[in-house]
Design a protein around this ligand. Structure first.
Ligand code: SAH
Length: 342
């Protein structure tokens, strides 16, 4: 059977077949077509919007690729207060957002008490909204507290599923084994769980990407976020190349076909490396966008990578503009919570 058809039908391929699809643009238009079909069968033309609140750029970790790594002294640090965050939610709710995503560096200030207090306040004020956290690795007890306080979803990209590659991207203080364990714990607690990886991160091979896909199959995530690696001047990887737009798009389609039910965002990083990146992601099978709800004055400071877009469609204020862009791509922004249809 032809490769793309087989992937669409069986939601799986052998390593060798995946390798064939990953290394060429030969299958791209067919991949996109099939991925779009698969997405429409489950999610129709709906595109879910999430209001992203970047709560802190303090981080105790030192991931070599990340602009907000603790050792970057070239960055003004900020953290939002509970009031700031609630204000973002209020603005977002008015704009039609029914999911709030709180993301941040691993900032010790946001300990269990602080996080649960904020989650509980949002939960009480907005019973009809989903609360997503993306605050890195925590002990199981902490995750459980956040869940009990009212959080529904958790995003934690595994970054790379290959031990050897993981070591090239992170200092020895971090471990792939623990990160994976966190993901299984999150699932077990009952979170809708999201994982993912960067495409074209330094030293990444095709075999690494295949391992990433295999790990995702093992995890069975509800959400899968991928985006191109984008270089940042104030990191040890300042001289490394950014990831490839087309490989990222190809992978969005492959993910849609392997995980038809998954919520897959067309990420900010995609929109950053190409002006049409966001729309291309949607056409390739993505069905979520996460515009920025953070206060204007801190957006530039959450600088994971260079030139991260913080204007126009990225900004939650311009939901109308986003709506038009999404419509132009052939889809429809909807204002529901947008839970996984598994
Ligand atoms: N501290 C949280 C949030 C990290 S930032 C956590 O550990 O999950 C969210 C994501 O941004 C990361 O998971 C990573 O995949 C991505 N990211 C970080 N630096 C990047 C870069 N230079 N280019 C592209 N994506 C990057």
């Amino acid at each position: 059977m032809e490769l793309v058809k087989k992937l669409a039908k069986q939601h799986n391929l052998t390593d060798d077949e995946l390798r064939q699809i990953l290394v060429t643009d030969r299958f791209d238009s067919m991949l996109m077509q099939e991925a779009d079909k698969a997405r429409q069968e489950i999610y129709g033309r709906d595109v879910y919007i999430r209001g992203l609140i970047e709560i802190s750029n303090y981080c105790k970790n030192n991931c070599y690729y990340c602009g907000i790594r603790g050792e970057n002294k070239n960055l003004t640090r900020y953290r939002l207060t509970k009031e700031d965050i609630l204000y973002c939610c209020e603005q977002g709710y008015g704009l039609g957002f029914r999911t709030f995503v709180m993301q941040g560096g691993e900032d010790p200030y946001f300990n269990d008490d602080t996080v649960t207090d904020i989650v509980y306040s949002i939960r009480s004020k907005y019973p009809d909204c989903a609360i997503t956290l993306s605050l890195g690795e925590k002990p199981a007890e902490s995750y459980k507290k956040y869940f009990d306080a009212g959080a529904n979803r958790y995003l934690l990209r595994h970054e790379t599923a290959t031990e050897e590659h993981y070591k090239k991207l992170h200092p020895d203080s971090m471990s792939l084994e623990y990160r994976k364990e966190c993901l299984f714990t999150l699932k077990e607690i009952g979170f809708q769980t999201g994982s993912g990886f960067m495409v074209g991160s330094p030293y990444q091979t095709v075999e690494n990407i295949i391992a990433d896909l295999r790990f995702l199959q093992e995890l069975g995530p509800d959400m899968i976020g991928i985006g191109p690696y984008i270089t940042h001047k104030d990191t040890p990887f300042y001289d490394k190349q950014s990831g490839d737009l087309f490989l990222t798009i190809r992978l969005v389609s492959i993910l849609r076909l392997m995980f038809p039910y998954a919520l897959i965002p067309s990420t900010t990083a995609l929109g950053t490396i190409h002006p049409q990146g966001r729309q291309m992601g949607l056409k390739a099978g993505a069905n979520v966008v996460m515009p920025n709800l953070s206060p204007q004055n801190v957006r530039k400071l959450y600088s994971l990578y260079k030139d991260k877009i913080a204007t126009d469609e990225e900004a939650a204020e311009s939901v109308e503009k986003l709506r038009r862009t999404v419509k132009e791509a052939g889809y429809e922004v909807v204002c529901s919570r947008g839970d996984v249809k598994k």
